[in-house]
Design a protein around this ligand. Structure first.
Ligand SMILES: NC(=O)c1ccc[n+]([C@@H]2O[C@H](COP(=O)([O-])OP(=O)(O)OC[C@H]3O[C@@H](n4cnc5c(N)ncnc54)[C@H](O)[C@@H]3O)[C@@H](O)[C@H]2O)c1
Length: 316
């Protein structure tokens, strides 16, 4: 199989993380990188063996022959940058959230479909075996009939210490509802189907440039099963993210992304061994899709559907 030539736009914490993934896959080669920060771009290019680097994505798109472009710039630039990649007709992987508004997300999905390219989103929970075990146990009836879903997010620090940048704590394109909530909204849509928004309230600081410090939201699944979201930042304690499904026969939680806990009615809640093999990675699935083989990708359609709920939760 021929090497898949990858261009990466945006070399922050996350861009760098996926570059490691592309390096680890024997079918993908990072051929060029872009960052508006020239020093960051040149250093990364050097680290990758002296590959080409650019400080504008249009220059890379004009000069490089690429099979796939990965967009890892901050959310408010996803639309502009990704639309240029779509225009060029190159397969595209975009970071979540897909865009910074429903209109942008819709246009990105529609244009990517029209272009006939592969379009994918980086929603890592879909490739995590605990999340997939959660899905499987729900489908096998571990909790019986679902009565309520709950997402609780507690952040002592927002932004988290590993993600200090100039946008993630801003109201325009940051906040934990957008950054973290999106993963569980998409996972809910995947496992349980469509969601409707009933009402929500954000706790917002007086400084209108700063993101929410709290959210309480009431959503519902298609059959009216309630889905509650409850989040707070700048609080005592440790970070904890718990996604719980309560059913007629028991409950099941995915805690801190990778731990499964649950119990049947009458039992204590206990840890549940995750017996699934590690699932294939996002990059394995991109490689398969580009080779025309069967693959499991979450596309701009999934990003767009999640964005509809996200924008209802955000008080823009
Ligand atoms: N999938 C996940 O699990 C996950 C987790 C965290 C963040 N993210 C997403 O990843 C994206 C990047 O997040 P991050 O934490 O790495 O951000 P970051 O701010 O650390 O890095 C972004 C980089 O993009 C560069 N940049 C900004 N505008 C650009 C442009 N127009 N062209 C080229 N480069 C540009 C910046 O100079 C910076 O180096 C965001 O969309 C974020 O929501 C995804």
């Amino acid at each position: 199989m021929e090497q898949i030539r990858v261009g990466v736009i945006g070399l922050g914490a996350i861009g760098e993380r996926l570059i490691q993934g592309f390096n680890a896959n024997k079918y993908t080669t990072v051929q060029a990188v872009v960052d508006t920060d020239k020093e960051r771009a040149s250093k990364m290019a050097e680290k990758l063996g002296g590959i080409n680097w650019y400080n504008h994505h249009m220059k890379m798109l004009a000069e490089e022959e690429l099979d796939l472009v990965y967009v890892a710039v901050p959310p408010k630039y996803h639309h502009a940058v990704t639309m240029d990649v779509i225009e060029k007709g190159v397969h595209v992987l975009c970071e979540k959230p897909l865009a910074n508004s429903v209109e942008e997300a819709k246009e990105m999905f529609e244009k990517a479909e029209q272009a006939g390219i592969i379009h994918a989103m980086n929603f890592p929970l879909n490739y995590s075996s605990p999340a997939n075990t959660f899905d499987q146990m729900i489908k096998e009836g571990y909790i019986g009939q679902l009565r309520k879903l709950e997402l609780s997010m507690n952040f002592p620090n927002w932004p988290r210490l590993w993600q200090q940048n100039d946008w993630v704590a801003g109201r325009e394109q940051g906040g934990f509802v957008l950054e973290v909530g999106v993963h569980f909204i998409q996972l809910t849509q995947r496992i349980f189907g469509s969601i409707t928004h009933i009402n929500s309230r954000l706790e917002l600081p007086k400084d209108t440039t700063k993101c929410e410090t709290g959210v309480i939201a009431s959503l519902a699944l298609a059959n009216r099963t309630p889905f509650l979201i409850n989040g707070m930042s700048q609080i005592a304690g440790t970070e904890r993210i718990a996604y719980t499904a309560y059913g007629t026969e028991g409950s099941l939680s995915l805690i801190d992304w990778g731990t499964l806990k649950g119990g049947k009615l009458g039992e204590e809640i206990h840890s549940i061994e995750n017996e699934k093999e590690d699932t294939s990675t996002l990059i394995d699935n991109l490689v398969a899709a580009i080779a025309g083989k069967e693959s499991h990708l979450y596309t701009f359609k999934d990003g767009y559907e999640a964005q509809i709920i996200l924008e209802k939760l955000r008080d823009k």
